[in-house]
Structures are given as C-alpha cells and as structure tokens.
Design a protein around this ligand. Sequence first.
Ligand code: CP
Ligand code: NVA
Length: 300
Amino acid sequence: MKHLLKLMDLTEKEICEILNTADQLKYEKRNKIPHHILEGKTLGMIFEKSSTRTRVSFEVGMYDLGGAALFLSSRDLQIGRGEPVEDTARVLSRYLDGIMIRTFDQEEVEALAAVGSIPVINGLTDYCHPCQVLADLMTIREHKGTTKGLKLCYIGDGNNMTNSLIVGGIKMGMSVSVACPKGYEPDEKIMKWAESTGSFVCTDDVLEAAKDADVLYTDVWASMGQEGEAEERKKIFSGYQINSEVMAVADKEAMVLHCLPAHREEEITAEVFEAHAEEIFDQAENRLHAQKAVLVKCLA
Ligand code: CP
Ligand code: NVA
C-alpha cells in the first residue's frame, strides 16, 4: 500500500492488516514497549481546515514511531497564495518521507499522490475521511469482537464521514443503513456500489434505519466549509438525531460512535452522548493507533 487516499482503494485484507497492526501498536504503547519503526523519517502535515484529533494524533504518532512531523498550515504555505499543488508535491517529495493532507477537494489529494514521489495520506476531504473510519472499525472490533454480520446505522448528513463509513463498513462485512433528509444523501457512485453489494439501504426514516442496529453513528449537520449554511441546516436536519427514541429501537447492546467534534442536542442528545462516552472516547483514542498502523504500512 503506497498511499491512503480513500477506502475504496483498499481490499478487506489490507484493512484487516491495518487493524491488526493498530491493535498491536496499541498494546505496545499501553505496555511502554518502544516501536521506533520510522526512525529518522519525516511526515509533512498540510492543513487547509481546522483539526484537533487528526493533527495531534498524527504528530504524536510520528513521535511514537521514532520519526518527526511538521505542521504545515495552508495559511503559511505558498499553496495558500496559489502555488500549484503539483509543484508543492514535487518540492515536498525532496524533503519529506510522507505527506498527510486535510483539504476540501479530493482531486487535490489525488493530484498530490500522482505527481509527488512519496506516500500521501488523506486526513479528510469533503469527499471522505478514511483515517477516521479505520479508527471506527478498530473500535467496533474492540467492543463487539468482530465487524462481521453487524448492522451499522448512520443518522444525519450524507457527508465525507458517511461516504467512508459505507465503504469501510461493507468491506468489513457489516450491513449499513443511512438515514438522511432527501437531497442530503451520500455520494451517488458510492451508493450505487453499496446497493450492488446487497448490504445497504438509504432512507429518510430514522427509526426504520436504526431498527436493530448494533452500531449507531452520527456527525455534525454542517461540516467544515458549510458554516454559512449552519442555521438553515439546523431546520433541515431537525429529527436526524441519536436520542432515546432511536436507542429504543436499536439493539439493546448497541454502541454509539461519533467522530467528534459533537454538537449536543443537534445530531446527538447530551444524554446519549454521555451514556456512550466511553465508546466515543475510545474511538477518538484509536485515531492514534490506527493512523500509526497506516504510517507504518505506507512509510516503513
Ligand atoms: N474527527 C476528526 O477528524 O477530528 P479533528 O477534526 O479534530 O481532526
Ligand atoms: N463532517 C465533518 C467531519 C469532521 C471530522 C467535517 O467535515 O467537518
């Protein structure tokens, strides 16, 4: 595996290998067993959007692996003044061993990978968030023992998270149901692919989607870059929320995940969030372990 651009590029076997490595690295970190697998390697982290988890977990991850990470804000880079991504890629390929990028257009990430000569890791675009979903799958395996045969239900905006969850969930043997308002469905091509597997439904009916679900998942109603639509979206998405009514139709043992940051009383009630905080913060912690596994796969 050279890059991590989107989960559609990975086989089930590759995803399993990443999750197994992540479990091993988590065990070693917990037991203070050093793993300087990337000694002397440097990762550049380009951010065109805000981040708490992605930034800190990649930076700490490189440190844990014996390497170093550079935080590169697009506000400071020449990319922010119009230098083409292709030139940036060719320059950074001469200094670094890998690039992690968080940006708007998926095409920008794909262009960086096509032109540069070093591995590129997608740290979120408007289209997908593969690193998050690898951590999500790791967390589901940890809590449920397996991903196979489980029903994953996503409630809310058909956004970057939804796109990656559909692909990662189905590839790992789950059935996926999505509840979103009409006009806010996930990516059309991903839905077509998902429908062809027979393990996918998309509906505007929250309770129908959540029925007997083993994992309930939600994300913000307005993503980064959609701040201007936030008020309008509050009206459109009202009701697309994980609350006690939704929990009542899901499996009794259902877990609740949220990629964070969360907006309490919008996409999730404070009550449900706090009742499942253990799972949600395990999920946030697992960003570190899952991404270290990706770094090892791509950079070692
Ligand atoms: N979930 C996630 O990607 O968080 P950050 O935006 O804080 O990186
Ligand atoms: N959909 C959200 C995810 C944040 C991790 C966003 O793009 O802002």
